[in-house]
Ligand binder design. Structure first.
Ligand code: GAR
Length: 197
């Protein structure tokens, strides 16, 4: 069973999708810690409600080293960025090579990279006039939203969409589906590799 660490910065609806999938037995892993770089966010309430240990590591120059120490202490095998809106430094990436994944609310390579997060992504998609958008789960490397793509799901844009309605539909139809699925697939692959090895 993989030890999963989930990193958050806000409401935590993607964290909730992961919690639901773990509790339903759909993921062969356990969430060992939820880490937020912002105090008081609703994601932490969600962790509390489900008796999952959580920690706030506030933004600051020692963020990366504190995070690595915390993840190692909790023996994290997989780190999931679920609405985590901070760029991780080299120290974290080097400590968990190909063990960090992120969900991004667009079809990468559209509307991604530095400055594209949360509602800004959906605003940009509407401003451009795309008729299809979606979400992407990808590995995290040193290029923002530039790591290998794991999965994507498309979502139609409606003529009267606002950034808020589009964000909600992309979450419901894409993010909450492909993120738990990607985590489940990684956990299953790991189980198979351990058995075969
Ligand atoms: C989600 O839409 C997630 O994809 C996005 O922030 C939202 C967080 O919602 N992440 C990014 O934009 C990262 N570049 P949540 O806190 O309810 O999961």
């Amino acid at each position: 069973m993989l030890n999963i660490a989930v990193l958050v910065s806000g409401g935590g609806s993607n964290l909730q999708a992961l919690i639901n999938a773990v509790e339903a037995g759909g993921i062969n892993g356990r969430i060992v810690t939820v880490v937020s770089n912002k105090p008081g966010v609703y994601a932490l309430e969600r962790a509390k409600k489900h008796s999952i240990p959580f920690k706030v590591i506030p933004d600051g120059k020692d963020f990366d080293s504190l995070l690595v120490a915390h993840l190692k202490e909790n023996k994290a095998d997989l780190v999931v960025l679920a609405g985590f809106l901070r760029i991780l430094g080299k120290e974290v990436l080097d400590a968990f090579p190909k063990k960090i994944i992120n969900v991004h609310p667009s079809l990468i390579p559209s509307f991604c990279g530095d400055g594209f997060y949360g509602l800004k992504v959906h605003r940009a998609a509407l401003d451009y006039g795309v008729k299809v958008t979606g979400a992407t789960v990808h590995y995290v490397n040193d290029i923002t939203d530039g790591g290998e793509i794991i999965s994507q799901k498309a979502v139609c844009v409606k003529p009267d969409d606002t950034p808020e309605t589009l964000q909600r539909r992309v979450m419901e139809e894409a993010e909450w589906v492909i993120l738990p699925q990607a985590v489940a697939d990684i956990c299953n692959k790991e189980r198979k590799d351990r058995k075969d090895g």
